[in-house]
Design a protein around this ligand. Structure first.
Ligand code: A2R
Length: 321
């Protein structure tokens, strides 16, 4: 299959490229100018790369005509909830206008091409707070600008699918974690702090936000296997949750991190790290994904955390790129 990964300069990109290459795809990938496509665990892949700003409508069209993909994985996004509060218009531009630019270009290409639009569990917002796994039929109640932009992407995908008979699948990815994720994301932040403490680079204190929140964490390597599986066995026009199906509290994640780092560490709550609106509980019902693709997560939380701590311990990077 000729696969195109758009927005491959971020956290997920390199992992997805490796997954697609290892299943035998001819892989093309785009990144923003100045970015580098990273393979954080040293995995290998052959692929062709190009620069693309998803807001450049003309460039998107030209790229698709040149590459002629059979499947597109749309990762490009402003993906930070925190930044979406600070830069709402930028978030809406990249996540909504960018998606429309892509779908219009696919339509203009005129050849059959499956598109996977990568959305987020954030779309469910307070609707996910029900002490049971949330499935795709639950009406979303997004609680921040990022979530609204991703829900809009989902609705646009569904509209283009119906209106133009396009082959579009939407994914709602729950929290993914793994080596290389920026420390703006909570698990990476805790692991980085623990690694720095173990290396004697800071006082034995981890600063945290709200530890009571429960989230469904999945290793990024399992997440990209689900995307690859959906690109083959997903049903067009459908939305799929992608997650482990098991929510754990940030408190228990942090306790595991401290245990794995084998260092005495105290926990300090920092009110500035709390979000303006936070959903207490989010857990995925992944029955649809499992039923249609046979996918199962394979990497346990402890292994992910150990790998992330190792990544920071090795001082691989302080900033990506
Ligand atoms: O924001 P940056 O500089 O990190 O660049 C991000 C890039 N991006 C764009 N690409 C093309 N045109 C744009 N106008 C544009 N603006 C931002 O998309 C970054 O390199 C990439 C997305 O990667 P991450 O932010 O690291 O997201 P991640 O964790 O790889 O997640 C992939 C997808 C995203 O759609 C998330 O919203 C979703 O999975 O959960």
């Amino acid at each position: 299959m000729r696969s195109l990964v758009i927005g491959a300069g971020g956290f997920v990109g390199g992992y997805l490229i490796s997954e697609l290459w290892s299943r035998g795809d001819k892989v093309f990938a785009t990144k923003l100018p100045g970015e580098k496509i990273n393979f954080f665990t040293g995995a290998e892949a052959e692929f062709e790369e190009a620069e693309l700003d998803i807001l450049d409508e003309k460039a998107v069209g030209e790229l698709l005509l040149r590459v002629k993909p059979e499947c597109i994985f749309h990762l490009a996004a402003q993906s930070s909830v925190a930044l979406s509060w600070k830069r709402p218009a930028l978030t809406v531009d990249i996540n909504i206008k960018g998606c429309i630019n892509l779908l219009e270009a696919v339509r203009a290409m005129g050849t059959s091409c499956r598109v996977l639009l990568i959305g987020s569990s954030e779309e469910y917002g307070s609707a996910a707070d029900r002490s049971e796994p949330v499935n795709e039929t639950v009406p979303p109640e997004p609680a921040n600008i990022y979530a609204i932009s991703k829900l809009a992407q989902n609705m646009i995908g569904s509209l283009y699918c119906k209106a133009y008979n396009m082959d579009i699948i939407s994914v709602r990815a729950f929290n993914h974690i793994g080596p290389g994720q920026l420390p703006q994301f909570v698990v990476s932040d805790f692991c980085m702090q623990a690694a720095e403490i173990a290396g004697g680079k800071r006082e034995p204190m981890i600063y945290t936000g709200n530890l009571a929140a429960k989230r469904d964490f999945t290793d990024v390597r399992d997440i990209v296997r689900a995307y690859a599986a959906l690109s083959v066995n997903g049903r067009s026009g459908e939305t799929y949750n992608v997650g482990s199906g098991c929510a754990v509290s940030l408190q228990s994640v942090l306790e595991k991190i401290i245990e794995l780092s084998e260092t005495d560490i105290r926990i300090e709550t920092d009110k500035t790290r709390f979000r303006p609106v936070d959903v207490p509980f989010i857990e995925a019902d992944t029955g649809k994904l499992r039923g249609d693709t046979g996918w199962e997560p394979m990497i346990p939380l402890e292994r992910s955390l150990g790998d992330i701590i190792g990544f920071w311990r090795n001082g691989v990077l302080t900033k990506r790129g």
